[in-house]
Each structure stands twice: as structure tokens, then as C-alpha cells.
Design a protein around this ligand. Structure first.
Ligand code: ADP
Ligand code: MG
Length: 157
């Protein structure tokens, strides 16, 4: 199925840009890293702040580890199985090859837009293919002046 290569308006629109931050915690060990798509998890308190604002699904924006470079990211916002799906979880894949893991490090995220709803997949391949597409969509969508300028928010300084 073909998907648009760019999504969202020319500039972020309410409730975006949406700021999130916290120390990276261990996730569910679903093997994201083995798929080549590690996803950093934020603590419960950080995720609660988006609860009322955003529906579940896949989002794009910017992320920064330890006040270093600001990089593109895709975020999956879903229901947290640990809490019988009463709480949400935010899993953030930063579009960069890191030398090592950064559990425990401060992660700042600005969510700038929505890509698509969550989906159930028949196969792992189909899931990975969709995430690969999300990554391209995120890069293209962030490559616009209205999104580039978010990188320079005081939040990331
Ligand atoms: P977990 O189940 O603990 O979230 P993952 O397999 O999803 O395990 O790996 C996530 C961890 O990988 C992150 O917490 C982070 O320390 C590390 N990591 C390395 N590269 C990235 C990246 N590009 N994006 C997100 N996390 C990354
Ligand atoms: Mg993960």
C-alpha cells in the first residue's frame, strides 16, 4: 500500500509543538533493537502529560539526548501492557546511529505532528516496512522551515 511521503501542515498546529522530557527507562524488551529500530522509553510521569492531549498512533518530531545534537525522531504512542492498558507508553526511535545505549540519560522530545494511527500487523516484515516508511515520512516532514525552527527552541538549548 502506498503512503504519502510527507504529512502535516507547513507549520506545526495545536497541540504541536508538544514538549516531553525524562530519563530513558527500560522498555518491554520486545526486541526492537534486534529489528534495527531501538525505541527509547520515557517514564510514566512524562508520558502522563501527553495522555489528555494526544491519541495513540505514530508521531514525528525532534529528540535530544543529554543536551547534545537535536535529531529527527518517530514516536509510537500506545497502551502500556504493564498497566493493563490503562496507561500509555511512548517509544521513541531517534533517527541516528548511536555508538552505545543511553539508558538513564535525559531525553528531551518535541512532538511536531501526527503520522498515522496504530495498526495490527500480520507479519513482522510488514511492521518493519511501515516503520521504515514512518522514518522517511518523518525526515521529509521535518525538512521544512516551520519544523526546522523547532530545533532552535530554548527547550533544547
Ligand atoms: P527497550 O525494550 O529497553 O526499550 P530496545 O531494544 O527498544 O529496548 O532498545 C532501546 C534502547 O536502545 C534505548 O533505551 C537506548 O538506550 C538505545 N538506543 C540506541 N540507539 C537508539 C536510537 N537510535 N533510538 C532510540 N534508542 C536507541
Ligand atoms: Mg524500546
Amino acid at each position: 500500500m502506498s503512503r504519502p511521503s510527507i504529512v502535516g501542515p507547513e507549520v506545526p498546529v495545536e497541540p504541536f509543538p508538544f514538549e516531553l522530557q525524562g530519563e530513558v527507562v527500560r522498555g518491554f524488551g520486545r526486541g526492537s533493537k534486534e529489528l534495527g529500530i531501538p525505541t527509547a522509553n520515557l517514564p510514566e510521569e512524562a508520558v502522563n502529560s501527553i495522555c489528555s492531549e494526544l491519541e495513540t498512533g505514530v508521531y514525528y518530531g525532534w529528540a535530544q539526548v543529554l543536551n547534545k545534537e537535536v535529531r529527527p525522531m518517530v514516536m509510537s504512542l500506545g497502551w502500556n501492557p504493564y498497566y493493563k492498558n490503562e496507561k500509555r507508553s511512548a517509544e521513541i526511535h531517534i533517527i541516528h546511529n548511536f555508538e552505545s545505549d543511553f539508558y538513564g540519560s535525559e531525553l528531551k522530545v518535541v512532538v511536531t505532528g501526527y503520522i498515522r494511527p496504530e495498526k495490527d500487523y500480520d507479519s513482522l516484515d510488514a511492521l518493519v516496512e511501515d516503520i521504515r516508511t514512518d522514518i522517511e515520512v518523518a525526515k521529509n516532514s521535518l525538512n521544512r522551515p516551520g519544523y526546522e525552527e523547532i530545533k532552535h527552541l530554548p527547550f533544547f538549548a
